[in-house]
Design a binder for this molecule. Structure first.
Ligand code: IYR
Length: 253
């Protein structure tokens, strides 16, 4: 009974759409059961190399900032392809890879996205977000008008596939899709930083249905993040924030 209940929570949909534990005909893994396990031999590094690389990568990532003003210079297509391929290397629940990255460079589509986001954000700021929330955002000088959505050379929209479909027409479960997509987004941001571009990590509240429709994405996909990407505008500024120290974020046991 507990197992059934757990499964129901996972499925969170019409149960009959899912492969049924009680129907042996459908007890087939989504990936072939006879998938071979092969040797894994990444480059071996010395302690010195590991130390040097850990420092270098920290220094690089410590420079990452959310940027809200972009230069319109286009990004070469292969760069966009490579950063998205990098995000696609992320781990995911049962290797379900529950993500779709929509890359928008077309000016009229960027403008259509901007219109939708600005309309919803006006309602967010005036009606949906609490007064405390709006107050907490004041240091960031954000507002519902978002020129970067039409000015950045590319908008990357990260969609989470809540589930997909198996060859037999049954739903394919996407276990832990939220955290899987969150990890992929982190790797995407790291790839953007490593190649020398900047991004704005944004989560447009209440824009899912309209943007999904605009971009012709299916209903099993949910918009999680919208990242304008490019080079920073020459006059870009960022708030002078500091980060928590190691002792504030780490507990060693
Ligand atoms: N989504 C809104 C508001 C906003 C919310 C948070 I939390 C931020 O860190 C920044 C902005 C906007 O994009 O303006």
């Amino acid at each position: 009974a507990t197992k059934k209940k757990l499964a129901r929570n996972w499925n969170s949909g019409r149960e009959r759409d899912f492969p049924d534990d009680d129907d042996p005909d459908h007890l087939v893994p989504a990936i072939p059961e006879d998938t071979p396990h092969v040797p894994y031999k990444p480059p071996q590094r010395t302690d010195e190399e590991i130390l040097r690389r850990s420092r270098e990568y920290y220094e690089l990532m410590a420079q990452r900032r959310t940027v809200r003003a972009f230069s319109p210079e286009p990004i070469p297509d292969e760069v966009l392809n490579n950063i998205i391929k990098t995000a696609g290397t992320s781990p995911s629940g049962a290797h379900t890879e529950p993500w779709t990255f929509v890359v928008v460079q077309d000016q009229s589509v960027k403008e259509a996205i901007r219109t939708i986001v600005e309309e919803e954000e006006e309602l967010n700021y005036t009606q949906r977000m609490s007064r405390q929330w709006v107050t907490d955002l004041k240091p960031f000088a954000t507002k519902h008008i978002k020129p970067y959505l039409s000015e950045a050379p590319a908008l990357l929209l990260v969609f989470r596939q809540t589930h997909s479909w198996r060859a037999d027409g049954k739903k394919k479960m996407h276990y832990y899709s939220e955290v899987s997509v969150a990890i992929a987004a982190g790797i995407l941001l790291a790839a953007i930083q490593y190649c020398g571009l900047v991004a704005l990590t944004s989560t447009p509240l209440n824009c899912n249905a309209r943007l999904r429709e605009l971009l012709s994405r299916p209903v099993n996909e949910r918009l999680e993040l919208l990242l304008p990407v490019g080079r920073p505008h020459q006059n870009a500024t960022v708030p002078d924030l500091s980060r928590k120290t190691l002792s504030e974020i780490m507990v060693k046991i």
